[in-house]
Design a protein around this ligand. Sequence first.
Ligand code: ZN
Length: 409
Amino acid sequence: MDFEPWWLIFVPVLFALGWLAARFDFRQMLRETRTLPDSYFRGLNFLLNEQPDRAIDAFVEVAKLDPETTELHFALGSLFRRRGEMERAIRVHQSLLSRSDLPQAEREHAQHELAQDFLKAGMLDRAEAAFEQLKDTDTRYALPALRSLIRIYESEHDWPRAIEAVKTLHGLVDEPVPQLVHYYCEQAQGALSAKPADIEAALTALDAADHAVEVAGRGESLSHGSQVRTSLLRARLAGLENDSKRERMYLESILADAPEYAGLVAEQLLANYRQAGEAVQGLEHLRAQYERHASLDLFNVVFRELRAQQGSETAWAFARAALRHHPSLLGLDRLLEAELSAQPAGEAHSSPVPGADLSLLRTLIHKHTQRLDRYACRSCGFQARRFYWQCPGCNAWETYTPRRLEELE
Ligand SMILES: [Zn+2]
C-alpha cells in the first residue's frame, strides 16, 4: 500500500486522543488514591527507604483498617514466610481463612499458603492435613499439593504412602519422579533388615523397583545409582538365602556396569569368593578391576588381601606402583594403618621401610587425611564418612559420588 499525504490529517487526532487518555488515567488514579489509607503510603515510603520492618508494620495497619484487601494479606503472608516469621505468616493466612465472605478461589489460595507455612515451620502433621484437603480439588493447587505431600511422606519415611502419592501424580501428569526407585529400595531394605527378614516383601519391592528403573530408563531420567542400588539389594537378598552364586552375579554386574561404585561392593565380593574357597581368584578379579578402574577403596581392599595372601613384600610392591600412578595421601594412610595393625605389638617396625618409624609417620599423615576421607554431597556440600543414597543434609537423592573427597580434587 502506498503512502497517501492526506493520512497526515490523523496525526494530530491521534495526539489528541493520547493526551485525553493520559488525562483520564491520571484522574482515575487520583480518585483511587484518595480512597487509600495514609498507612499505605507510609508503608511505601518505608519500603523505598529500605526500612522493611517499619514498612511491614504500616502494611499490617492497612490490612487491619481495610480487611477487604486480600491481595495485601497474601503479599504480607508470603513476605513473613520468606523472612522466616512463621507465626505471623500463619496468623495472616488463618485470619483470611476465617472470613466467611472469602470467595472459594481465594479460600483455596489461602489454604495452600497456610499449608506451605506449616511445612516451612516444620509442623508436618498440620501441613499434611492442609495439603490433603487440596490434593483432591480440581484447582491449580492440587498438583503442587501432591508434590509437597510426596516430600512430606518421604521425610516421614512413610514409603507406602509416598509411592501411592507418586502413582496419583502419574495419573495426572507425565512427570518423572526419579526417586521412586529409591522409595521401593527403602522398602526392600526395611524388609531385609527386619528380624527375621521378610524375603517376600523385599522381593515384591525389588520387582517394583526394577519396573520403576525400566520406566524411568525409557525417559532417560535415571542415573547409574538406582540400578546399582537395586543390584546391591538383590545381592544382599541372595546372601540371606545362601545363594552365593546369585550374590556374586549381582555384585559383579555392578563392577562391570558401574565401576565407579566398585568401592561399595569390593569387600562383599571378596567375602563371597572366600566363602567358596576361591579367595585367590577373588583377589585376582579385584586386582584386574583396579588396573582398569583405579579407586581408593578398591586399592584398600586389594592391598589388605594381597598382604594376607602373599605377604607384605608383594603387597608393598603393589602399593608403591599404585601410589606412583595415583599419588594419594589417603592411600598412604590406609597402607600404614594396614601395616601397623598387621604387626604384632612391640615388634620393631623394621619392614618394609627400614629405619622409618611407621606409627609416627602414620600419625602425621592421618592428621591431614581425616578431612579428605569423606563423601560429599554435590548439591549442598554435606560431608559424611559413610555413603548415602539420600543426603542427610539436603534430602536430595543420589547426590553423593562414590568417591572420597581426595579423589575428587
Ligand atoms: Zn546434600
